[in-house]
Every structure is written in C-alpha cells, then in structure tokens.
Write a protein that binds this ligand. Sequence first.
Ligand code: ZN
Length: 246
Amino acid sequence: MTQHNEVPTITPPYLLLKVKYEFRIPPRGWGALVVAALCIAATSAVYTPAASGDHYDSLYPTGNTNWSCTGYGSHGTFQFCRTDNGTVTYHIHSSATWRIENPIRNNIDDKFDATDLTMVEHTTPVYSGSAETDIVVVGASFMVSTYGLIGGVFCNDAVSTTRCDQQYVYLDIPWYDSQTYNPYRKGNACHELGHAIGLTHGSNAAPIGAGSQPTDSWKSLKCLGIPSSTYPVLGSHNKEQINGQW
Ligand SMILES: [Zn+2]
C-alpha cells in the first residue's frame, strides 16, 4: 500500500459523472465534491535510503508506484499519473484565492516553464475531448478538515495505464490563507504541481527511499520531499527527471 491510498472509498461511476458535471458548472458547493488528495507522509516498511548522489527514478510510473493510471476507475482511489505530453496546459479555477494563485503562478513561470515542459495557460478550461486542460488548480475548503491534507492531485481522465490527460490539483484555502510566510505556500504549490506532471515522493521512487526520510538523499527531492515547505524549489533532480522525459 502506498501513501496514495489514504482515501479508501470506492467511487462508483455515477460519482465520476457527478464530479465531472460539477466541474463544468462554476463553483457551487465545493464541499459536496468527492475528492481525494494524496499527499501525506507514510513510512515505508521497506525503507532503504538511496545514497546521496545516487540516481533514482521519481517520475510516475516507477518500479514502486503500485497504482495504475485509471482516473476514476475501479481501484477506487484518486491517484496522479504522468501527464500525457510535454506541452502542459493549465487552468487556475476561480475558486483559487490569491494566496493559492500567486505561488502556483510563481512555480509555473519560474520553475516548471524553465524545464523542457512548455506551460500554457488555459483561461477557458477544456473538460472534454482528447486534449483537455492538463492541470486544473482548484481551491477547496475541506482538504485539511476532511482529509488532513494541504493538497492533493488525482487523475480525472487517464489515456493509458500510465498517462493522464487531465489532473486536478486541490489546495486547501484555509491553510493557504493562514500561511503568511510565502515559502510555505510556494513549497506546497511546487509539490502538488510536481505530482500533477507525475513526480512522486521518495517512497514511490526507485529505489525507494529518497524523499521519504530526513536523510541527505531526501534533500535532493526538494519540494517533492515531505514536508514540502522545507525546500520550496523544484531542484535539479526533479528537473532532470522532467527533461529526461520531455
Ligand atoms: Zn505529495
């Protein structure tokens, strides 16, 4: 079991339709949405720290990501996958407050667009078809209170067992609004955006270890480490993972 299974609810297809429908209607009752968010630390029973400087794979799928990219599939969980191409379109939903929007934009412009990814804003999101908006950033009031998570990412439309056409980033408005120290917001925004293109925690990296514990190797995961606020930058390792793929 990975740390991406904190929400064990099986989601029947009608809930998929409900959620997708509500996303096409501007925000009404976000609290009613069924959302999962998958981003808290879990200690692996087989934790084996990678030595500092070792290469490790932390881009989904790795040898230690034991979930399939099925979106709202029968696995019943909401899990991120690898985004399906190197041109990443994104939309910042109107539910996102400025304390969410600013660090998201900062990360997209300064960190992710500085990789081989091409980040393109969709001011009008696309929720259907074969080229949906790749990342939709949503502000939600219930992430911490319901799931105990600051943020989380799930694939909405898988295009294969490993790739996703559209992933949602849910971020907790009360937490973001409470953080007057900007690097904490930047760190979490970086972390969740990283998941939204496919970057994993160290506990799902291959070899397992980097990023899971406060070791030297953990530091190489930067914002994909836990807690994400400790190193609020994308970091050279993650950039190499991205550029190695795209
Ligand atoms: Zn995470």
